[in-house]
Ligand binder design. Structure first.
Ligand code: ARG
Length: 575
């Protein structure tokens, strides 16, 4: 699919090249400053220097030579000092953008840049027998948006949920269950109970060496594949994953695999041996396998002196498995900032062992969540929020907004809208800015119908839908599109903006930055607001203008729906 702005760029480059004045390698285009009435510019400095002429003179010569034909998107060519400024032809642009959006529908903006390339995204990764805390919430939401964005840029994307289902602590989990019995609760409540059992057992074991020994015994049984230990462990895995699934369903999250840390157990001995053989690690006097002096990073272990393996050992095996299984060009880890050092060590270790030399290993780190009093959410402080409770809270609050705004809707629809709005508010709060930044749980802002919130974007979309619905009810929606009528400045600005989604998508993928899409959605909604204020749609002066404006409204709805879908946010038709 060729998009309007790509075509515009290609046409300009070709037009400048056709003058034979400028060598092709010196044709570089820039976006003019906001106060310049042009869409792309060619700064002539470099070319003029190479040709030994003054830049304004070259710009003027080129402007005189370039005569856009009637079949290109270039409208005007003007020399302004050293710049050669190009403007889009508004009518032709309108025609192309509206046709493309109508044609591509839910795929608008999709591209093939990533065709043939596979990307693994490591995200969500809750820990078994525990609730998902804020770190997992952010990883789940940001990770899914990155998956959606990479799929839309043509990559084959493999999502992998690297669940924490292995390690010494499972001895305590199993011993605690043995002592207190298996809970009958479901969802987050069941996991809360497992956490409480774990805490009670750990406290008691501090006083009672018997209990401590019991936990170590269970840990050993599990590692050796004992049937009973495995069965209880599996019960914990199922309980945790089904609780997670309830949240994933609400969030529209689908993760291809959940191999989990335990899956790599059979590879660990080989990994440790390789690290020793390749002299990346050494065995110390106590028997531990140590990695020291790796790119000035702090020392770490691959095996403890009691022969136990570590999170790092399993992460190393995970990389090797992914390389063999998926042959990716990149592995993207969506993990909180506190694990930045762990991942730097992992990446350095992987490379030192000779793996992944031509594979990008990236850490998309994210900040933490604060409450409105400015405190970071934490278990210790007692202000922690967990995913299911957070979503329920959001939906309940959204329900009261819906109750106020649309009391006339049927109850079932109100609830569906509240679900989309509440969940959307949580998702957008994670995505509207650079993931590195901390976020605040501020319901006022998150559910505001004005400003940069999912609610505002959903309202804008619903507003488009309501105009289209009313037009259909009047019967006069008209199907013939004469896009050349869309020349009002607010219309032109909105159309140019709609044309930018493919670029935004590309940039979002390159920078691992869903907020680029969020910014695009927000600006689109604002441009639509201006258009709606300045141009009457249903009461347009002529039936053909009305049809054209309805087509623009439909395109806006479609594009906004697409932008929101990339972020994992639903767009109800009525609100
Ligand atoms: N389960 C881990 C945690 O909760 C996150 C795993 C991240 N992914 C990885 N490959 N280490 O902290």
């Amino acid at each position: 699919m060729e998009y309007a702005l790509d075509r515009f760029t290609a046409e300009i480059t070709a037009a400048i090249a056709a003058t034979k004045r400028v060598p092709p390698e010196l044709i570089e285009l820039v976006t003019p400053k906001a106060n310049i009435p042009a869409d792309l510019a060619f700064p002539t400095f470099k070319a003029a220097k190479a040709l030994g002429v003054a830049p304004p003179q070259l710009a003027a010569e080129l402007a005189a030579q370039i005569q856009p034909t009637a079949d290109v998107l270039i409208g005007a060519v003007v020399a302004t000092g050293p710049f050669l400024n190009f403007s889009l032809h508004p009518e032709r642009l309108a025609h192309m953008v509206l046709t493309t959006i109508a044609l591509q529908g839910d795929q608008y903006g999709a591209q093939a840049d990533g065709a043939g390339k596979t990307v693994v995204v490591d995200y969500s990764a809750p820990n078994i027998a525990k609730r998902m805390h804020v770190g997992h919430i952010r990883s789940t939401i940001i990770g899914q948006a990155i998956v959606n964005i990479y799929r839309a840029t043509g990559h084959t994307v493999i999502g992998d949920n690297h669940v924490g289902d292995w390690g010494k602590q499972f001895g305590v989990v199993l011993a605690a269950i043995e002592r207190e019995g298996q809970t009958r609760a479901v969802g987050e409540a069941a996991l809360a109970e497992l956490e409480a059992q774990y805490a009670r057992y750990s406290t008691a074991a501090k006083e009672d060496p018997e209990l401590d020994a019991r936990a170590r015994h269970w840990s050993l049984r599990l590692e050796q594949g004992d049937r009973e230990a495995r069965a209880i462990w599996q019960w914990c895995v199922n309980l945790t994953m089904s609780a997670a699934q309830r949240n994933y369903d609400r969030l529209g999250v689908q993760i291809d695999h959940a191999y989990g840390e335990s899956f790599y157990e059979p590879m660990l001995a080989e990994m440790i041996q390789q690290a020793l053989d390749r002299a990346v690690a050494f065995r110390d006097d106590g028997g531990a396998v140590v990695v020291e002096n790796l790119q000035n990073l702090p020392t770490f272990l691959l095996q403890r002196s009691d022969s136990g393996t570590l999170y790092m050992t399993r992460d190393l095996a995970t990389v090797v498995f992914r390389l063999r299984e998926f042959a990716p060009s990149a592995i993207i880890y969506v993990v909180g900032e506190p694990q930045a050092l762990h991942l730097r060590q992992l990446f350095a270790l992987t490379r030192a062992m000779g793996y992944a030399n031509d594979v990008a290993l990236s850490h998309v780190a994210f900040g933490t969540i604060f409450d409105t009093t400015g405190q970071p959410l934490s278990t210790r402080r007692g202000n922690m929020v967990y995913l299911e409770a957070l979503l329920d809270d959001a939906v309940a609050r959204a329900r009261s907004v819906v109750e106020q705004k649309s009391p006339e809707l049927p109850d079932g629809e109100k609830q569906a809208i509240a679900e989309a709005v509440g969940v959307g508010a949580v998702v957008y709060n994670d995505l509207y800015q650079d993931p590195k930044r901390n976020i605040t749980l501020d319901w006022e802002r998150m559910l505001a119908t004005e400003g940069n919130s999912a609610t505002y974007l959903q309202y804008s979309h619903a507003r488009c839908c309501s105009i289209l619905r009313r037009a259909r009810e009047d019967g006069g929606s008209g199907s013939h599109l004469d896009a050349t009528l869309l020349t009002h400045p607010a219309e032109v600005r909105l159309i140019k903006h709609l044309a930018r989604l493919p670029d935004a998508l590309r940039e979002a993928a390159e920078r691992y930055a869903p907020f680029v899409i969020a910014d695009w959605c927000y600006a689109t909604a604002r441009e639509f607001g201006v258009f709606f204020e300045q141009c009457s749609v249903l009461k347009a002066e002529t039936p053909t203008l009305r049809s054209a404006r309805l087509a623009l409204t439909a395109a806006t709805a479609q594009a906004l729906r697409r932008g929101l879908a990339l972020l994992g946010i639903r767009a109800p038709e009525r609100m």
